[in-house]
Design a protein around this ligand. Structure first.
Ligand SMILES: Cc1cc2nc3c(=O)[nH]c(=O)nc-3n(C[C@H](O)[C@H](O)[C@H](O)COP(=O)(O)OP(=O)(O)OC[C@H]3O[C@@H](n4cnc5c(N)ncnc54)[C@H](O)[C@@H]3O)c2cc1C
Ligand SMILES: *[C@@H]1O[C@H](CO)[C@@H](O)[C@H](O)[C@H]1NC(C)=O
Ligand SMILES: *[C@@H]1O[C@H](CO)[C@@H](O)[C@H](O)[C@H]1NC(C)=O
Ligand SMILES: *[C@@H]1O[C@H](CO)[C@@H](O)[C@H](O)[C@H]1NC(C)=O
Ligand SMILES: *[C@@H]1O[C@H](CO)[C@@H](O)[C@H](O)[C@H]1NC(C)=O
Length: 430
């Protein structure tokens, strides 16, 4: 791939992925257009009380709920070149972090590049250029533009992975997915079942527990959560089946249940990528991608943020910096053959680590090595190892106590070291 003098660059989505990519392209002196389906930037971080669809037929993408606080401490969510103010709490609520994003957009003057209410419906590769088909939602008018690069930043926490269980059609209560969860109030004094023990599952269970009569929490996580749960909390195994009034679980026990919230994660939706784009897209994987982002078959298409089990904000920001360096022509990609070999090694490693192919996009224990790889190949500044160390310490604190892990402040000392203390306490403990 030869560098292009004045490349035409399209970014799809104005969430953190699209915004940080825009900022870094701008730093390289490269112009770009961001096509954003909604009327706002910030993606997931913008709370939207509505669920389902907007009046114009667009699905509501955000999964943000009213009481959300970040599940990672602020140093691991700080965007390069724009420090998080010191008066912001260690684990801010969504509105505080959203305000930080708003100021980032203002400071770097990114908004003028965003075309709001432009919903991308198809991306195809024709005669060596990208054709991006998008719909201007207020009028329904469809248009198509040509670009040299397409950077996809559409997120992957918006299409619910919602199991359908036996007997559900008889159940009289209300069943939702966490994507449509906003606040606990509708569950006051009810017998509520939550399903799943991922970040959303744990958070929403505890949020609903503050008002519910009883909270039944069905999950099969191997984690040994040491949290002392409130008296109205009851742990349950997997669901076997529903009837009109409640749920029978796989251990044969039955509970009367009023409402159910599935916190069972999300599926990818990259169906706007035409076959000509050269990628295999499924609900759990996109292949083949170099470094989890560069389309090996057509390397001028890059997907930002398609990683899991990592400090998402700084990880996708590192990808954005890598991408800006690539578009600028500051480094060359390995040969297609070498990228395929590396991709295959990564896929083999995923299986060797005892995971299924659907976990292909997990960084997990490989997160810090990934930052090293990205910098080595592209010359970008490395995300320092201290971030991975903070993430691990935070994860341990979370297993120790879900109610108190957000009371810690993490202060970065240097690229390898941090100190941790309790919020509002002045004495540091390493
Ligand atoms: C409930 C929740 C809590 C989280 N908490 C944390 C946390 O504490 N710390 C952390 O680091 N990460 C957290 N994350 C991860 C979070 O997803 C990332 O921090 C980050 O916001 C991802 O940004 P993104 O730009 O990839 O995606 P998004 O924020 O989803 O943005 C995608 C954008 O693309 C737009 N779009 C989608 N499809 C189209 C289309 N076809 N055409 C045009 N535009 C389109 C959307 O409208 C949206 O604006 C959380 C995620 C969720 C869901
Ligand atoms: C649902 O199943 C349970 C357990 O078998 C039973 O006690 C309950 O009466 C059933 N509800 C209805 C409406 O049949
Ligand atoms: C998935 O993407 C397609 C094409 O972009 C879109 O029509 C559809 O509504 C999306 N599905 C969900 C659940 O978001
Ligand atoms: C998609 O996957 C199939 C089956 O693994 C493979 O034969 C094909 O070459 C892949 N296509 C692309 C574009 O990578
Ligand atoms: C620290 O103080 C602030 C402001 O008084 C308060 O909102 C916060 O809950 C306190 N944090 C802890 C862990 O006590």
């Amino acid at each position: 791939m030869m560098p292009i003098a004045n490349p035409r660059v399209c970014i799809i989505g104005a969430g953190l992925a699209g915004l940080t990519t825009g900022k870094n392209l701008q730093d390289e002196g490269i112009d770009f257009t961001i096509l954003e389906a909604t009327s706002n930037f910030g993606g997931t971080w913008r709370y939207e009380p509505r669920v389902g669809f907007y009046e114009n037929g667009l699905p509501v993408f955000t999964s943000m709920y009213k009481h959300l606080r970040t599940n990672l401490p602020k140093p691991t969510m700080e965007l390069k070149g724009f420090p998080i103010p010191s008066n912001i709490p260690s684990f801010p609520t969504w509105d505080v972090y959203y305000d930080y994003i708003r100021k980032y957009v203002q400071h770097f003057q990114i908004e003028k590049h965003i075309k709001f209410q432009h919903y991308v419906i198809k991306v195809s590769r024709i005669n060596n250029v990208w054709r991006v088909k998008h719909k201007y939602l207020p009028t329904g008018e469809e248009m198509e533009d040509e670009f040299d690069f397409v950077i996809v930043g559409t997120g992957h926490f918006n299409k619910p992975n919602r199991p359908v269980m036996k007997g559900e059609e008889f159940f009289k209560g209300n069943i939702i997915h966490s994507h449509d969860y906003r606040e606990p109030e509708p569950y006051r004094n009810k017998r509520v079942l939550t399903v799943g023990a991922g970040p959303s599952g744990l958070d929403i269970t505890m949020d609903v527990a503050t008002v519910a009569k009883t909270i039944f929490h069905s999950h099969h996580s191997p984690q040994n959560f040491k949290t002392k749960f409130p008296p109205n909390y009851v742990k349950k195994p997997d669901i076997k089946e529903y009837n009109e009034t409640g749920v029978t679980f796989v251990d044969g026990s039955y509970e009367d249940i009023d409402d159910v919230i599935y916190c069972t994660g999300y599926l990818f939706n990259f169906s706007f990528l035409d076959e000509s784009a050269g990628l295999n897209v499924s609900s759990k994987t996109v292949t083949p991608l170099h470094k989890f982002m560069v389309n090996i078959n057509e390397p001028s298409l890059i997907i930002i943020g398609l990683i899991e089990k990592a400090c998402l904000a700084i990880a996708l920001e590192a990808q954005a910096r890598y991408t800006a360096a690539l578009v600028k022509g500051k480094f060359s990609l390995p040969s297609k053959e070498d990228m395929m070999k590396e991709w295959q090694r990564r896929a083999d490693l995923c299986i060797a680590r005892g995971r299924t192919f659907s976990n292909l996009h997990f960084l997990a224990e490989g997160e810090d090595d990934y930052y090293e790889e990205l910098s080595k190949e592209s010359g970008i500044e490395r995300v320092p190892p201290v971030m991975f160390k903070i993430r691990n310490t935070d994860a341990e604190a979370k297993i120790e106590n879900l109610y108190t892990y957000r009371n810690y402040v993490y202060e970065v000392i240097d690229k390898n070291t941090f100190v941790r203390r309790l919020e509002n306490e002045t004495n540091s403990v390493s």
